[in-house]
Design a protein around this ligand. Sequence first.
Ligand code: PEP
Ligand code: MN
Length: 335
Amino acid sequence: MIIQLKNKIDSNELEAITKTLKEEHIKSNFVETQHNKYLVCFTKTEFDIRKFGHLPGVQDVHSVSDDYKLVSKKWKLNNSTIQLCDTITYTKEPIVMAGPCSVENEEQMEKTVSHLVKNNIKILRGGVFKPRSSPYAFRGLGIEGLKMMHSFCKPYDIKIVTEVMQVSQIEEMLPYVDVFQVGARNSQNFNLLDALGSVNKPVLLKRGVSGTIDELLQSAEYIFSKGNEKIMLCERGIRTFENSYRNTFDINAIQVLKEKSHLPVIADPSHGVGIRDHVSKLALASLVAGADGVIYEVHPSPEEALSDGYQTLNFEESDNLIRQIHNLRSFLNSN
Ligand code: PEP
Ligand code: MN
């Protein structure tokens, strides 16, 4: 059960509600986010929601049986709009985030930012803290790389999405980041999720390498229940028995996530398939399947990229993809 509280609830009213819940042997957790106040309640026995609806300070009461509650669509039928930052709110237009797997050097950043500006892409992706299977692989330029990335984005008001790998990095990254990415390997790093719950910036939460849809939603619940409602769910492929491509891009998940949650869903076809030639078609397919946006890898010369070059588009391929996304958007809006 979710009890949505009035924003102006006073402490006496809140106390009276929790007292009533206790009397009914219902465990409750108080949650205050950027937008609302809630009591998330758990009980093993049947309860009558009418007992709480009339109490002073209560806005609404919803019965939600899912393990995840606040991210569930059972109580919030409208999709959450995506407030990426002060200047960017997405409703109907698909969000596009593009950039290299890793931030490498100034020339790469300069060329990539120009490519984004030319295509009216407003968000640059690029990792500076890189989770790599091998400790000998390129692991990113770290905070100095992020500052450099930021210096190239700022003049054009391009926003930055980049991966945070551990709690201790959050504070130093904050001034330079618009969206914190939680990578697939950290999808169940609960300390990191808790910490991002206290940050007033959006989080792009990736599905775990072998994560189920419910696990992804429960990870999102960690962030939401600590106070941050600005979450985007990201389908990036899962590990299966199939080895003809890097991951199995689970397009079903896009529809199912939209059905189960009010949070926006972003597709990452680059990691989803891991093969450059297939990325654009899968990006388009994701939008047809209902994704609110796509994130993909693009590099001035993918063959020379320090990570994930084999799944990275070159500028020409990215220009074509953007053109196709525009065409598709007109088609989807008119149907
Ligand atoms: C990335 O975005 O470059 C990345 C490492 O993604 P994932 O966590 O999905 O593997
Ligand atoms: Mn990558």
